[in-house]
Structures are given as C-alpha cells and as structure tokens.
Design a protein around this ligand. Structure first.
Ligand SMILES: Nc1nc2c(ncn2[C@@H]2O[C@H](COP(=O)(O)OP(=O)(O)O)[C@@H](O)[C@H]2O)c(=O)[nH]1
Ligand SMILES: [Mg+2]
Ligand SMILES: [Zn+2]
Length: 304
C-alpha cells in the first residue's frame, strides 16, 4: 500500500501523487491514475489516501484518511465536495462576466462554516468597470475580509506572497480568471491541464476538473499550492443548520438577541433588529436577503 495525496479529481477518476512524510514525491514517477474501491463517491481533491498500485501508473484508492477540513456545497440533498485540507479559500471576482454577490456571500459562509480562512481576489484590475465592484467590495473589507486587487494578465505576482506555503482553493464563477491566475504562477500548470483535458476527451474548453498545482518554493518542503476548480453558478448550503448560518454573517451576528421575538426569521416580524439595521442600505438589505434565503433552504431540508 502507498500513501498519497489526491491532486486531481475528474468524474470518478482521481490523480494521486505519492508522498512520504507529508512531502510529495517528484511528479515524473509518483503520479497514479486511480479509481475508488467500491465506486464510492467520497474522495475530494486534497485528500490524503492509501492506495494500491497496479500496472503502469494505475491504482485503486483503498482508504481516505481523516481530513483537517472539507469545503463542500449542497443543493437540496445533493452534495458536492470541492476540496479538502485547505489553508485558504480565495473567492475570485471580476467586473466581467457579471459577478454574483450572492455567490460571493455563499462562498464566504461555506468557508467560515468549514473553519477555513477566506479572502477575496478582485481580478481584472485593467478593466475600466472595476471601480464599481471595488467599491461594492469595500463592504466586505469592512467586515474583515482581505480584498486583493489584481490583474492576472498584468500583475499576477501580487498573489504569490499571499499563497506561499499554503494550500489555497480558487473558487468563483466561470470566466473570472482562476485558471489564468494559476497558469501565471505555476509554469507546469498548462501541461497538467492539457493532459487531463485529453483524458476527459471532451473537446470542451471549460475546465470540468479540480486540480492542485504545487507552487515552486525556495525550499521544496515549504509546500503550498493552488487548486483550480470549475466555475460555480450556485453555492447551495442546505447542509447548514439555520442557526449556524447567522454566525457567518458578522454584521448580523452582532445583532443576535436584539429582535423582539426570539425565533424571529427576519422576514415580516415586527421589531426585527436585522431589518431595522438594514433599512435604507441596499447592500445591507442584499446581505440580509442572502441570509434569509440560506436559512429558508436549510429549513426546507430535513436535518437528522
Ligand atoms: N482583461 C483581463 N482579462 C483577464 C484577466 N484574467 C483573466 N482574463 C480573461 O478572462 C477570461 C476567463 O479567464 P479564465 O482564467 O479561463 O477564467 P476561469 O473560468 O475563472 O478559470 C479569459 O479570456 C482570460 O484571458 C485580467 O486580469 N484582465
Ligand atoms: Mg478555469
Ligand atoms: Zn429579526
């Protein structure tokens, strides 16, 4: 049995890189194309696994080792793992295509509930329309989230200092520049992407797989890298319990207990502190809308 890290997930196929003492072995000889024993659906990019190797770089994942954390989403009862054992979630936004503030808020809630630090990357600084988005993101800056303004095309290096030595997942809508950022910081990324695209044999240009790209470091042991993921259109969080969600909204969490009714859903109840604080502030109202929407989706799902 060998020990490895899942560095790519595509469909029910996994690319596993062997590791010893927590350090990935050189790609040239340590990459294995694996399937999961018993066709189970419980492997995420970033997982540490035990696998049995077969012929010519093939393998079977036997055991998924305990995770430090797991970022996942759920729409209704359908759950989808994004990545595990993360140090940082980077939510990538850009002025075009039209960014979704709901998706941003959901991603921040997901990271917080998983106990993972989240930061915001505002990409495409070179575009003129970036000013309005930058202003909108000031709200999140004031909530305590780091916002890094960057252009993947002109100054990608600013990101390197933020990610050095850490395992970072890039999430966001399609077209925001996640893959461009990865390709700018990791020279070998394109080769891996092409290889997996060919394995998928789809002829599509969108990335439909998640892959970890180690960053080259001054010290090989310092680790860290970027995980590129497919574009998200929605980030359902129905697995959260209604009372968990408010803790991922810092501006509303501090108002807890101030509504007239202890079981206030912040919809139409009189004396609602959340609505009172939001009235006349479109951005606060939008955020309250996301909170209420997440709570409704959570209540609609049965928790056991
Ligand atoms: N103007 C501009 N375009 C960018 C920048 N970063 C990425 N793009 C473009 O945005 C498009 C989508 O980028 P991609 O990396 O595929 O986005 P992804 O879907 O998030 O992986 C591509 O045409 C990129 O060339 C940037 O900083 N400025
Ligand atoms: Mg991409
Ligand atoms: Zn209320």
């Amino acid at each position: 049995m060998r020990l490895g890290r899942v560095v790519a997930t595509y469909g029910r196929h996994y690319e596993v890189q062997e590791q010893r003492a927590g350090v990935l072995l050189p790609e040239a000889t340590a990459l294995f194309q694996c399937v999961r024993r018993g066709k189970r659906h419980d492997v995420a990019c970033g997982d540490e696994v035990e696998f049995a190797d077969g012929a010519t770089g093939q393998g079977v994942i036997e055991t998924v080792l305990p995770r430090r954390n797991l970022l996942y989403r759920a729409d209704g009862q359908r759950e989808k793992m994004l990545a595990s054992n993360l140090d940082l979630v980077l939510v990538v936004l850009a002025p075009e295509p039209t960014p979704s503030e709901a998706l941003l808020s959901h991603a921040l809630v997901a990271a917080q509930s998983a106990g993972i630090e989240a930061r915001i990357i505002l990409n495409k600084q070179d575009l003129a329309q970036v000013g309005a988005l930058s202003q909108a993101l000031n709200y999140y800056h004031l909530l305590g989230y780091s916002v890094l303004e960057i252009s993947a095309l002109n100054n990608p290096e600013a990101l390197r200092a933020q990610v050095a030595g850490r395992v970072c997942l890039l999430v966001g809508q399609s077209g925001m520049g996640k893959s461009t950022l990865v390709n700018a910081l990791v020279p070998q990324a394109r080769a891996h992407t092409n290889r997996i695209s060919q394995a998928l044999d789809s002829g599509r240009h969108t990335t439909t797989f998640t892959r970890y790209y180690p960053l080259e470091q001054a010290h090989p042991d310092s680790g860290g890298g970027l995980i590129d993921s497919p574009g998200l259109q929605a980030f359902g969080l129905s697995y959260l319990r209604p009372e968990q969600i408010v803790h991922a909204f810092p501006e509303f969490e501090r108002l807890l207990g101030q509504c007239r009714f202890a079981n206030c859903r912040h919809l139409t109840e009189p004396g609602c502190a959340f609505r009172g604080w939001s009235e006349g502030h479109p951005q606060r109202q939008a955020r309250l809308g996301y909170l209420v929407q997440l709570q409704a989706a959570s209540t609609a799902r049965r928790h056991f």
